[in-house]
Design a protein around this ligand. Structure first.
Ligand SMILES: [Fe+2]
Ligand SMILES: [Fe+2]
Length: 149
């Protein structure tokens, strides 16, 4: 199912859900790293996992500054994110990459909505734009990796 992250009314709710999604994405990357047989991909996946954890930090600081305690982990919905990869792992590397591609389609959708959210202060908007650039890069790399596998 496609994500609803990014459609929240308030910026606080949006940031909270984005942080949870980034945690979930990081967990999904770890699940993929643990299961991929083609080891050449693993270093890049570790970097992407690190990008997601950096987003968690950056967005968490912004949310704290707004007086809201950031989430410390993903939410239940996102068991989907990691669960997809775990199940795909039983079918091999192609299935894992496809599961990761769909996860990154969701992060791209969520960040695209976030940068279009109304009334976002400029420093926050810049952080969201940098995040979107990372998510686009992740998605493009996976699409390319799928051709190489
Ligand atoms: Fe992110
Ligand atoms: Fe990503």
């Amino acid at each position: 199912m496609a994500t609803t992250v990014g459609t929240e009314t308030t910026l606080e709710d949006l940031l909270e859900d984005l942080i949870a999604l980034d945690y979930d994405a990081a967990d999904a990357y770890q699940a993929a790293i643990d299961r991929l047989e083609y080891t050449h991909f693993k270093q890049t996946l570790r970097e992407f996992k690190g990008d997601h954890l950096r987003h968690v930090e950056e967005l968490g600081e912004i949310l704290s500054g707004m007086g809201r305690t950031p989430p410390k982990e993903g939410d239940m919905k996102s068991l989907l994110t990691k669960g997809k990869v775990v199940i795909a792992g039983m079918m091999g590397d192609k299935a894992i990459l496809e599961a990761m591609r769909t996860n990154e389609a969701d992060t791209n959708t969520a960040y695209k909505r976030a940068v279009a959210h109304e009334g976002v202060p400029s420093t926050t908007l810049n952080a969201l734009r940098r995040g979107l650039q990372d998510e686009r890069r992740h998605c493009e790399w996976i699409l390319d990796a799928q051709k190489r596998l």
